[in-house]
Ligand binder design. Sequence first.
Ligand code: ADE
Length: 251
Amino acid sequence: MLRIDIFTLFPSMFEGPMTESMLWKAKDRQLLDLRLHQIRDWATDRHHTVDDTPYGGGGGMVLKPTVVVDAVESVLADAPPEPKTPVLLMSPQGQLFSHDMATWLARQPRFGIVCGHYEGIDDRVRELVITHEVSIGDYVLTGGELPAMVIVDAVIRHIPGVLGAEGGADRESHADGILEGPQYTRPAEFRGLSVPKVLLDGNHGDIERWRREEGLRRTWRQRPDLLKKAQLTDAEKYLLAKFAEEDARRG
Ligand code: ADE
């Protein structure tokens, strides 16, 4: 069972997604133990203050180190020393979240996520309790809650048994650096657009080859950056050369 501890000032933001089918199923099947912690519960003053003005001036408020560090340390106090429990800080300054990080997190017994908010977080939190600072993309959101939900969603689909009959996560886009090809269902013809014949013929070898080729074509067109790290066979390298030729001919 994977345990995830989320530290947030807005636990109610997680209510909707947490009752959504995949997450609920993972918890119901005892594959996931997801716990929400209100950071404010560790505030010690009468007003439950969690933020303060920045030293050196400037606008906005900064999350106080005392409450955040106390929250993380007290919740992780019972975690075994080995393997070291990852504690992620959601922040637009972090390393970009990826498929590889999702599968790595899914293999951990446990990890924590701290959702930053306001203008920032006292830097000593990073030094004392954070192991990885993670961004979900090059844009700025209001807080780390939505990014934390993105991480949880991307991670738990790699826990064996979570996807069940819906299929393995290994065949999907990004699993091997190549995107998935197009998919179709009935009707075979719709508004003059036909489903490719190879899919109707039922030859599994041909279908697999076709899917791989179309996935490769899609990657070439939409995400050529992914091809740099993809492991390609000679046949696939040949296909890339063919796509390049097609493009050159079209101009
Ligand atoms: N907090 C605000 N923006 C973020 C982003 N892009 N990724 C992760 N956490 C964030």
